[in-house]
Design a protein around this ligand. Structure first.
Ligand SMILES: CC(C)(COP(=O)(O)OP(=O)(O)OC[C@H]1O[C@@H](n2cnc3c(N)ncnc32)[C@H](O)[C@@H]1OP(=O)(O)O)[C@@H](O)C(=O)NCCC(=O)NCCS
Length: 182
């Protein structure tokens, strides 16, 4: 391992230690918000990131207003993760933006952004793969693996996720959710 590679790995480890083992454990929503903001993670007003959420690094993350990311999610922000307003992401959801080209001889890495539009609801333990856009008001069922973009107001479920229903198109609510110590 050359020195530059070692230094990069060390820096990555330190950032992860700070964000995922220190900030993610702070008991206060306000303190976490300040720490995440200083790390270049943009959070709109009324939005919250609950405890135990893991990021891959600093930056590459924007979240609108009154949205919530529940406990234990993994947000892979190696490429951009954009989350709209009034989005509800349930516990232990995984959002991925990077992988390797499986048929490339060199196993080259690739990165594709994920966009989650306003009023999306993602159920517990769903996985969103790189390059996916969840359209306005879409719903992802618990445990689904979303491999392709989802049309606005569609409800998808299963592995791979397929459309199982439709949501009404006049949604109007706040997804703000900030219980103490959560
Ligand atoms: C996606 C969801 C919201 C759909 O709710 P709904 O419209 O009332 O769902 P229904 O029970 O009518 O199911 C519609 C169809 O999708 C299927 N389905 C629902 N959830 C599914 C899931 N998680 N995985 C696979 N299929 C699912 C149902 O079997 C049904 O199929 P069928 O018509 O062939 O019987 C709900 O199933 C879900 O996953 N909620 C998330 C729960 C959660 O994470 N809660 C924590 C945060 S509050």
């Amino acid at each position: 391992m050359n020195l530059l590679h070692w230094a990069r790995q060390f820096k990555h480890g330190l950032v992860s230690l700070y964000l995922n083992d220190f900030v993610a454990r702070l008991l206060s929503h306000a303190l976490r918000r300040v720490a995440y903001s200083r790390a270049g993670l943009v959070m709109g007003s009324g939005s919250s990131i609950h405890r135990g959420v893991r990021f891959d690094g600093t930056g590459n993350f924007v979240m609108g207003n009154n949205s919530v990311i529940n406990r234990g999610c993994r947000l892979d922000n190696r490429a951009m993760v954009t989350i709209g307003s009034n989005v509800s992401i349930s516990e232990e959801v995984i959002v991925l933006t990077a992988d390797h080209d499986p048929v490339d001889r060199d196993f080259s890495g690739r990165e594709r952004p994920v966009q989650i539009d306003d009023y999306v609801f993602v159920g517990t333990r769903a996985t969103i793969l790189p390059g996916v856009n969840l359209g306005h008001g879409a719903v992802v069922a618990a445990g689904a693996v979303v491999t392709r973009s989802v049309e606005p107001f569609s409800i998808v479920a299963g592995v791979p996720a397929r459309v199982v229903g439709q949501r009404r198109n006049d949604l109007s609510y706040s997804a703000e959710y900030k219980p103490f110590f959560r």
